[in-house]
Design a protein around this ligand. Structure first.
Ligand SMILES: [Mn+2]
Length: 329
């Protein structure tokens, strides 16, 4: 057994002990929860139910409408909980650092035993017990191992929670983290009756009307330069206001210019306030967009980066496109 595998199986035993020996748990994930955050919260709830424990599941941002079919009203807003309610133990899921839980933190007295379950490589190891596995595709994948460690009973609902976290964190089993182990677990979970196709439609394909309206506006502004190697779309402040769009609604838009055949750099200009543009850059591989973003005081990764630039739309577009185009100068 490799050192990291031995460490993980030791951590599994400690995490299992933490859950078996405690009671009155707070289960919490990060603000602005994604599919892995919500389904990992729910999976820990199901684990604690099977262990006969008392617990409360909270999220600082509440449960997004998109996940309501999974959670019902089981995950509650921090604000809606009576101030007198207290907890003896905490379980955090999918949080790379403690601050990610948000304001819920104010309810947790210092020194409260805390189990930190996460797959982010950047996890800083907070808490009293850690269950960390950076090679796991999702926090839900770690919970799969924990459920087996605890010898709990698999059922359709529990399998659906684990599958959902893995489905969403792998972008529908497409990202580079989709390895043989992920597919092996997913296959096993489907045998418990997980509605795989329904989940894919609901969580990966469905769009809100405002997302489609934004796409309509955005594609109307599609422009190219550098012989088609750079493509961008713009969302003006008035579009955002008119459609009541949130930052979440706009997240995927940058992929449209990036995905066009022949395009190396895709850019999205979002005018968050009049004259203030959040610029998202995506590279198909050739250009290091982190360098482009850092020129404007932003940052990110080689293939995904961002920055904020002020000015008129024409100026901002010209400046960013010129900088991105230096790759071919
Ligand atoms: Mn995750």
């Amino acid at each position: 057994m490799s050192a990291s595998k031995a460490l993980f199986s030791e951590q599994l035993k400690e995490a299992a002990r933490f859950l078996r020996e405690g009671d009155d748990f707070l289960v919490v994930s990060h603000v602005n929860p994604d599919g892995d955050a919500i389904s990992s919260t729910l999976a820990v709830g199901e684990i604690l139910t099977q262990l006969g424990k008392r617990f409360t599941m909270i999220n600082d941002s509440g449960n997004p409408t998109k996940f309501a079919f999974l959670a019902g009203d089981r995950i509650i807003l921090n604000d809606s909980l009576h101030p007198s309610v207290s907890f003896k133990q905490v379980v955090t899921v999918d949080c790379a650092d403690y601050a990610r839980v948000g304001k819920v933190m104010e309810r947790i007295p210092e020194g409260t035993p805390l189990l930190n379950i996460d797959h982010h490589r950047t996890n800083d190891g907070f808490g009293t017990v850690q269950l960390l596995h950076p090679d796991a595709a999702a926090t839900a994948e770690i919970l799969y191992s924990l459920i087996n460690e605890l010898s709990l009973t698999w059922n359709r609902e529990l399998a659906t929670f684990i599958y959902t976290g893995m489905l969403t964190d792998t972008g529908g089993f497409r990202y580079a983290n989709t390895n043989p182990e992920v597919m092996k677990i997913a296959s096993e979970l489907l045998q418990w009756g997980v509605p795989g196709s329904e989940l894919a439609v609901r969580l990966l394909e469905r769009l809100t009307l405002s997302q489609v309206r934004l796409l309509q506006k955005g594609l109307g502004s599609l422009s190219f330069s550098h012989g088609g190697k750079i493509a961008w779309i713009c969302i003006s402040h008035s579009d955002i206001e008119e459609l009541g769009a949130t930052s979440d609604d706009m997240d995927n838009l940058v992929n449209y210019p990036r995905n066009i055949e022949g395009v190396d750099v895709g850019i999205l200009f979002k005018e968050m306030k009049p004259g203030i543009f959040k610029v998202s850059l995506r590279s198909a591989g050739e250009v290091n967009v982190a360098e482009v973003a850092s020129f404007f005081g932003g940052g990110g990764h080689i293939r995904a980066a961002g920055c904020t630039v002020t000015g008129s739309l024409e100026e901002v577009v010209a400046d960013v496109v010129r900088e991105a185009g230096k790759a071919w100068a």
